[in-house]
Design a protein around this ligand. Structure first.
Ligand SMILES: [Zn+2]
Length: 431
C-alpha cells in the first residue's frame, strides 16, 4: 500500500512535499516523493490524504492509561494534596475498573495520533489491552512501598513476566518503575536497577516532581515526610537533590527520568550524562502547581528529551500536540522541528524502541499519524500550530488503520467503555 499526503514528515530526513510512504504488512518499505514511489510500486493501491500532513505515529512517553477513570475526579491542587486524593481514588478501582479505564485511555491516545506509550503498568492488563488496540510501547510495572526482599513476590502477584527479555518484541518492551524516591527506599531502588539491568529491561522513575520532594531529600521535612516514613524503607534524607541522590545510588544510569520539574542547574549535566532520557509533562506539572522544568537548559544539555501527558488524573486529555503547545508557552525558543522530534524520534529512543518507532524509514513499524493541516511552506510549524485530536484524519498502527476519515475504527467498544467510565466516575467523585 502507498499512503500519500501533501507533506510527509519522516523526522529522520527533511519533509517531502507531495510525499508517500510504501508499506508491506506492518512495516515501512520506502519513503519519498509520491511520483517516484508510484513508479517503483506500480501495482500498489494508493490511499490519498489531500490537504494533510503525514508523520510517524506519536510517542507519548509517560502515561498511566489505567487512571483514565480519574479524569475530572481529582482537582488541581499542590502535589502532596493531589497525591493523597489519587491514592484514595485508586483504592476504589478494582482490576476490572482498571482494565476498562485502560481501554478508554488507549482509545483516547490513539484517537489523537499516539501509537506508542511509555506506560506505568499495574499488572499485565495494560500491555495486553495496548496490543489489542494497536498501541506499542514500554510498560513499566510499578512497585513501591516494599522492602527489597519483597520484590519477587510482589512482581509475581502483579504477573510481571518471568522472562521479559525473551517475550518483549518489536512493538513492546517491559520494565519496572519504583515510582519515586519518597515511595521506594534506597535498597529497593538499587534492587530494581540491578534486576532491570540483568533482565535487559527498562526503568522509569518520577524524579524531582515537586518542591515537597526536594525539601524531603534536602532536609527530611515537609508534606512528603510522612509518605516516605511509611513507604520508602530505609530512607534517610541525603541532604542533596533528587537527581544527585539517584545518581549516587547508581539508579539514574539508563533510567527514564519523568518530570524533572524542580531542578538545580547542577542537576542538568548529571541527567545528561546518566539518564536515558527526561520526559517532560508540562500540563501535569501546571495542574499540580509545580515547575516549570528548565526546558531551555535541558534542551541544550544533550539529554534525550521526550514528551508525556501523564495520566488524566492530572491532565485534560491525552493529546500530545496539546502538550507540545503547552511546552512552547514554557519554552518559546524551542523550535517546532525539535518539538516534533521530541514527540517521535526522541520519544522512541527514550523508551528504547528507536529501531521500531519514531521515524518513517524502511524497516520501521507501519505507524502513521495523518493530520488535516495545511503544511504551507513549513510543515513542522503547521503541525505544531494546528495538529491534534480535532484535526486527526487517520492513524495507522502496526499496518492497520485505527482511525480513518477522522473516525475511529473501534466505535462500538469505545461507546461501551465510555459508558462504563461515566458510571465509574460517578462512583469516584470526590467532594
Ligand atoms: Zn506519572
Amino acid at each position: 500500500m502507498l499512503v500519500r499526503a501533501d507533506w510527509v514528515v519522516p523526522v529522520a530526513a527533511p519533509p517531502v512535499r507531495d510525499g508517500a510512504v510504501a508499506l508491506r504488512g506492518n512495516l515501512i518499505c520506502a519513503v519519498g516523493p509520491f511520483d517516484r514511489l508510484a513508479e517503483e510500486y506500480p501495482a500498489e493501491p494508493v490511499t490519498h490524504h489531500p490537504g494533510c500532513v503525514l508523520m510517524p505515529g506519536l510517542v507519548n512517553a509517560h502515561t498511566h492509561l489505567a487512571l483514565t477513570a480519574l479524569h475530572e475526579v481529582v482537582p488541581s491542587a499542590p502535589f502532596p494534596e493531589w497525591l493523597a486524593l489519587v491514592v484514595r481514588a485508586m483504592r476504589a478501582l478494582g482490576p476490572d475498573d482498571l482494565a476498562a479505564s485502560t481501554v478508554l485511555g488507549a482509545h483516547r491516545a490513539m484517537a489523537s495520533g499516539t501509537t506508542v506509550v511509555g506506560e506505568i503498568a499495574y499488572g499485565p492488563e495494560s500491555p495486553a489491552i495496548a496490543a489489542d488496540t494497536g498501541l506499542g510501547g514500554a510498560f513499566f510495572w510499578e512497585v513501591l512501598g516494599l522492602a527489597p526482599e519483597e520484590l519477587p513476590d510482589r512482581l509475581a502477584e502483579l504477573e510481571y513476566p518471568a522472562d521479559p527479555a525473551r517475550i518483549q518484541g518489536r512493538r513492546q518492551r517491559y520494565g519496572l518503575s519504583p515510582h519515586a524516591p519518597y515511595t521506594s527506599g534506597p535498597d529497593l531502588l538499587r534492587e530494581v536497577r540491578r534486576r532491570t539491568r540483568a533482565e535487559g529491561t527498562g526503568l522509569a522513575l518520577h524524579v524531582a516532581e515537586s518542591p515537597a520532594e526536594t525539601e524531603l531529600l534536602r532536609a527530611g521535612t515537609g508534606p512528603l515526610a510522612e509518605v516516605a516514613a511509611r513507604s520508602a524503607h530505609g530512607f534517610a534524607a541525603p541532604g542533596t537533590t533528587p537527581v544527585r541522590y539517584l545518581s549516587d545510588l547508581g539508579v539514574l544510569d539508563g533510567a527514564l527520568a519523568v518530570h524533572c520539574a524542580e531542578l538545580l542547574p547542577v542537576d542538568i549535566p548529571v541527567l545528561a550524562s546518566r539518564a536515558a532520557a527526561v520526559v517532560l509533562c508540562p500540563r501535569s506539572n501546571a495542574y499540580l502547581h509545580v515547575g516549570p522544568a528548565p526546558v531551555k537548559r535541558l534542551a541544550a544539555s544533550g539529554v534525550t528529551l521526550a514528551l508525556g501527558t501523564d495520566s488524566l488524573a492530572s491532565n485534560a486529555d491525552l493529546d500530545l500536540f496539546a502538550e507540545a503547545r503547552a511546552l512552547t508557552r514554557v519554552a518559546p525558543s524551542l523550535s517546532a522541528e525539535r518539538l516534533i522530534r521530541m514527540m517521535t524520534a526522541e520519544g522512541a529512543r527514550a523508551l528504547g524502541l528507536e529501531s521500531s518507532f519514531g521515524t518513517l524509514e524502511p524497516g520501521r513499524q507501519a505507524d502513521l499519524a495523518v493530520y488535516r493541516v495545511d503544511g504551507g511552506e513549513d510543515p513542522y510549524a503547521a503541525l505544531l500550530e494546528r495538529a491534534g485530536r480535532s484535526t486527526v484524519e487517520a492513524v495507522m498502527a502496526a499496518g492497520l488503520w485505527r482511525v480513518l476519515g477522522g473516525q475511529a475504527t473501534f466505535p462500538s467498544r469505545f461507546a461501551e467503555t465510555a459508558a462504563r467510565h461515566a458510571a465509574l466516575r460517578a462512583t469516584l467523585a470526590i467532594q
